[in-house]
Design a protein around this ligand. Structure first.
Ligand code: ADP
Ligand code: MG
Length: 383
């Protein structure tokens, strides 16, 4: 557990970067610090491993004041990942990753074999180990950064905008893999980002900071979306927060309708016979949905190129957001619902999903404690 206890940082020029911050990052969980540029995220993070010293308050690691620890030893015991990976440009990937184990006195052979192990863990092909950082893509460098932080298997990880510098598609991959990794590793993670979507996706809990380094709200993501503590948080969390909150609500059993289907290679006349609706769903031999066609517009047999693939698929046990999105994105307005193996179960219309949403409870009943916290924070900041 990492505990900030009334922590303040005032820089010599008078800037108050962090103002009386009190918060707890529980063991084995991801706590995200999120807020606009300059709100004190990096400063907060770097006070944990004492790359910056606070001017007030204390930071406790498992009840031990970090000010009483040897700073160098403290840093070796905490994984630290920054934007662009923060790699040593003149060292090969493998030697970058082996850095901390070597500092900890491991033999060269053991450090290198551990480095190969963690590189594999973060999904980096083995042959890249001998390259220099500049010979890797941004996403690969970021993976090396994560591998390096994990090399000595520290219980605590500090991550400062680790995925901000890569393009959105790669970022999403890195986020997904990071979550999968954390599922097994159960590190205590303090993760900094300015991207609220990333915070909501990754955080077990999310701390929203405002400029001046004050905590505006600390809650679970679903609660944050449903109950922003004040206008600042509501603004920051964004406009479609009601819709995004559906990501956290599991789809209740929906009454699915059977959907007529056809397969690739079907001729126009046959396709027109399959349905009276303007749209017809095409599936493969395993009944996995491939896309939609308009039988009336078919001139030849159905080929993959003519499929409308814009519609998203929803898993029957997935989040409500996916079910609603499947209906809204489908050219036929019928959302395609599949089982765990991706096979067609049936379709659902948006109004049916909305009915299910209205019948589902919002995440307030379970979070009375969170509400008390918020009242506290909002009251003390005078917001
Ligand atoms: P964030 O990571 O949220 O963007 P920082 O923690 O980097 O924010 O900075 C918080 C505030 O402290 C900003 O106003 C920044 O300009 C200021 N700051 C950061 N480092 C220093 C420094 N060494 N000296 C003076 N002010 C600083
Ligand atoms: Mg920063």
């Amino acid at each position: 557990m990492i505990r900030f206890d009334g922590v303040t940082k005032r820089y010599p020029d008078g800037t108050v970067a962090v103002d009386d911050l009190t918060l707890e990052a529980p063991t084995g969980q991801i706590t995200v610090l999120v807020g606009p540029s300059g709100c004190g995220k990096t400063t907060s993070l770097r006070m944990v491993n004492r790359m910056i010293e606070p001017t007030g308050g204390r930071i406790l690691l498992d009840d031990q004041d970090n000010a009483s620890m040897d700073a160098a030893a403290l840093r070796r015991g905490i994984g630290y990942v920054i934007q662009h990976g923060g790699l040593f440009p003149h060292k090969r990937v493998i030697d970058n990753v082996a850095t901390v184990p070597l500092l900890l006195g491991w033999s060269k052979a053991r450090a290198r074999s551990r480095a190969r192990e963690v590189l594999e863990l973060v999904g980096l092909p083995g042959h890249l180990a001998e390259r220099y950082p500049a010979q890797l893509s941004g996403g690969q460098q970021q993976r090396v950064g994560v591998a390096r932080a994990l090399a000595a298997d520290p219980p605590v990880m500090l991550m400062d905008e680790p995925f901000s510098a890569v393009d959105p598609v790669v970022r999403e991959q890195l986020q997904d893999e990071f979550l999968r990794l954390q599922d097994d590793l159960d590190k205590t993670i303090l993760f900094v980002t300015h991207d609220i979507d990333e915070a909501i996706k990754l955080g077990d809990q999310v701390a929203v900071l405002r400029v001046g380094g004050r905590l505006a709200q600390l809650s679970e993501p679903a609660y944050l979306l449903a109950h922003p503590a004040d206008d600042f948080v509501a603004d920051f969390v964004g406009r479609d927060r009601g819709y995004r909150g559906l990501s956290f609500q599991q789809t209740p059993p929906l009454r699915l309708r059977p959907e007529p289907t056809t397969q690739l290679g079907t001729y126009p006349a046959q396709a027109r016979e399959a349905t009276r609706d303007p749209w017809l769903l095409v599936v493969d031999e395993e009944r996995r949905p491939l896309g939609w066609v308009e039988p009336d517009r078919l001139l030849t047999e159905i080929t993959p190129e003519m499929l409308h693939r814009g519609g998203t698929l929803a898993r029957e046990d997935g989040p409500l957001r996916a079910a609603l999105d499947a209906a809204l994105s489908s050219p036929s307005r019928r959302g395609v619902v599949v089982d765990g193996d991706g096979r067609l179960l049936g379709t659902v219309r948006a109004h049916e999903v909305l009915t299910a949403i209205e019948e589902t409870e919002r995440p307030e009943a379970e979070h009375v404690e969170g509400l008390a916290d918020i009242a506290d924070v909002a009251g003390s900041s005078g917001a």
